[in-house]
Ligand binder design. Structure first.
Ligand SMILES: [Zn+2]
Ligand SMILES: [Zn+2]
Length: 322
């Protein structure tokens, strides 16, 4: 069995909650009240999911019978491909009550072409509420990262499980190309009473930062505020500063070819370009050192702004080229 990096979350006395780091990549969250456990996403490999289910059953939930609920936040492979483990590898003192997702998520999984997936069998949508022995989870839409994505807000805990809508605490753009949608999500969330944010994909807390510090400094409400503010500032800047847009594009082309390649394939506007290869070479020549890749010595706020710049530039240019 693997050694799971288990991080308990302090959410008050009646709630047992934590996160399991999956291959230093994905966070699987679980929240339990009484005899019910809700899992937020399940990872991508059935064997790995089976391992962490038995880890939890042996180490944390070994005292009685449990009713289990699994929620797929969205249809991405790393969040929804291991559902089978909840059917076939559930510990004997647990019983599965349902796998939840939005209709769009289920449709996207169905049409993904991946064989052997277990599809969610309970549909939920924006505005629905899930009751975990009295603890109310509100499902909210968050379409920007992936159509059909839902995130979870718990007013009683002032907590938001933001899935990949805040993948890492800062926005990450491998599939996000919709500036307006992202902004809309954050603006909606800012109206809520949120103290803590739990994003997927972030391993900072396992390195040099204490868990408590991590949530205090990086996953609080200021994260939403900062993102929203940066978004609005960028929106304004992108409207008038063409050199800035060019720099962002250079960064896109040189820092992570994978992302840029995906955009070339996905974005209608880019497809309209006649010679994409030449265009990429041109962008490489324009490389500007300070914006190449923000690996070190940069603040988290800068990193967020950096990714937001991508987002904004793609959106802006996508519209302009149409
Ligand atoms: Zn995702
Ligand atoms: Zn993800």
């Amino acid at each position: 069995m693997r050694k799971w990096i288990y991080t308990p979350l302090d959410l008050g006395s009646k709630v047992k909650a934590g996160t399991l780091g999956l291959d230093i990549f994905l966070q699987i969250y679980f929240i339990s009240v009484g005899d019910k456990i809700l899992f937020i996403d399940g990872g991508w490999l059935n064997e790995v999911a089976a391992d962490f289910l038995s880890y939890l059953a042996e180490n944390i939930f070994n005292d009685s019978q449990y009713k289990i609920y699994l929620f797929n936040t969205h249809s991405d492979w790393d969040h929804a491909w291991a559902n089978r483990a909840w059917i076939e590898s559930l510990p004997s003192n647990w019983s599965l009550q349902g796998i939840y997702a939005s209709r769009t998520t289920v449709e996207r999984l169905r049409s993904s072409g991946k064989e052997g997936l277990v599809l969610p069998d309970h549909f939920i949508e924006d505005g629905d509420i899930f009751d975990l022995n009295g603890l109310k989870f509100h499902f909210l839409r968050a379409n920007a990262h992936c159509p059909g994505q839902l995130v979870l807000y718990v007013p009683e805990l002032k907590s938001l499980w933001s899935a990949d809508a805040l993948e890492y605490p800062w926005p990450f753009l491998h599939s996000v190309d919709n500036f307006a949608e992202q902004l809309r999500d954050w603006e909606e969330w800012l109206k809520l009473d949120i103290g803590k944010i739990f994003p997927c994909h972030d391993d900072r807390w396992r390195q040099d930062i204490e868990v408590g510090d991590y949530f205090r400094h990086y996953c609080g409400r200021e994260l939403l505020l900062c993102n929203c503010k940066a978004c609005l500032e960028l929106k304004e800047r992108l409207g008038k500063d063409r050199e800035f847009i060019r720099r962002v594009l250079v960064t896109m082309a040189t820092s992570e070819g994978r992302n840029f390649g995906e955009l070339l394939e996905d974005e209608e506007a880019w497809l309209a370009r006649e010679n994409k290869v030449d265009f990429i070479y041109t962008l490489r020549e324009w490389q500007i050192e300070s914006l190449t890749f923000p690996e070190k010595n940069l603040s988290w706020f800068y990193l967020r702004a950096y990714y937001l710049a991508w987002l904004g530039a793609v959106n802006y240019l996508g519209q302009e080229l149409k």
